[in-house]
Design a protein around this ligand. Structure first.
Ligand SMILES: Nc1ncnc2c1ncn2[C@@H]1O[C@H](COP(=O)(O)OP(=O)(O)OP(=O)(O)O)[C@@H](O)[C@H]1O
Ligand SMILES: [Mg+2]
Length: 257
């Protein structure tokens, strides 16, 4: 099997006396979607913030291509190929698609003039490759649908060198059709073969549709981990519920009513 692009070993994150992550192991492989699942407060966002250089681990080690790395800032992580798409997407709705795509990393010509035509073309082409044909990238981002914005943020991360693409609940705020659009985008990125995707979600169905590998967090610990082949549906459902057996929810609800 190929080597993991990134490996996390026994990662601990304390906030004062509180242990948000109690020794997490994780491996992400190029060409794979790794679903990161767990209930509210499980530690998913804290984990990816450690991978993205926003937080520094209290202990434990992150390796990129086998080499230990210490990210002191989001820039360090980004330079190492960690591209993170947060839920707010960090887009400015009033600015054009292209300006958002390049935000702070514009192509400039002599005397600092912006190479707008070239940037428009790149923004258009990069989004087209992963699924949306947004013919006029001079339009404001505010005119895009939620799914299109997600695709813009993903295309931008890839263009600027992401080898690990971290998506924090990319489907959660979208309607059904748009959710499917984002899942398709993820599969197109996956099919390139050179990018590892970490997909944070609460949605069991979405994770089963696209993920090759699964990690379940509960209260800062890994309670289950495996591949599509080694985990079966029932096990995934049990782990989604934080490891506890799902009681007869229908009955509990009926008892109330
Ligand atoms: N900066 C912080 N300071 C103190 N505690 C924090 C901090 N960030 C997160 N926590 C705590 O760590 C735990 C894990 O939070 P985290 O946001 O990582 O969970 P999550 O799995 O992303 O949840 P959700 O599904 O709700 O997004 C929570 O108990 C949270 O209150
Ligand atoms: Mg979170």
């Amino acid at each position: 099997m190929t080597e993991p692009y990134m490996r996390v070993e026994n990662l601990v994150k304390q906030f004062g006396p509180f242990t948000a992550l109690g020794g997490v192991d994780l491996e992400v492989y190029p060409g794979e979607v790794h679903a990161l699942l767990g209930d509210n407060g499980a530690g998913k966002s804290t984990l990816i913030k450690n991978l993205a250089g926003v937080h520094q681990p209290s202990s434990g080690q992150i390796y990129i291509e086998g080499k230990p790395v210490n990210f002191r800032s989001p820039r360090d992580a980004s330079n190492a190929g960690i591209g993170t798409v947060y839920q707010d997407l960090a887009l400015n709705p009033l600015m054009s698609v292209t300006r958002n795509f390049f935000m702070g990393r514009e192509l400039k010509g002599m005397f600092g003039t912006l190479r707008m035509d070239e940037m428009n073309q790149i923004a258009h082409d990069e989004m087209l490759t992963i699924g949306i044909d947004f013919s006029d990238p001079t339009q404001a981002v505010g005119t895009m649908s939620g799914g299109q914005r997600q695709t813009l943020a993903i295309a931008r991360a890839i263009y600027f060198g992401a080898k690990v693409l971290i998506l924090d609940e990319p489907t959660s705020a979208l309607g059904q059709r748009q959710q499917m659009g984002v899942l398709k985008t993820m599969m197109r990125v996956r099919s390139r073969g050179d990018i590892a995707i970490i997909f944070i979600t609460h949605n069991e169905i979405h994770s089963k549709l696209v993920a090759d590998r699964f990690t379940f967090l509960s209260l800062g610990k890994v309670i289950g981990q495996g591949t599509r082949e080694t985990l079966e549906g029932g096990e995934i459902r049990r782990l989604m519920a934080g490891g506890a057996e799902l009681g007869d929810l229908a009955k509990e609800l009926a008892d109330i009513g």
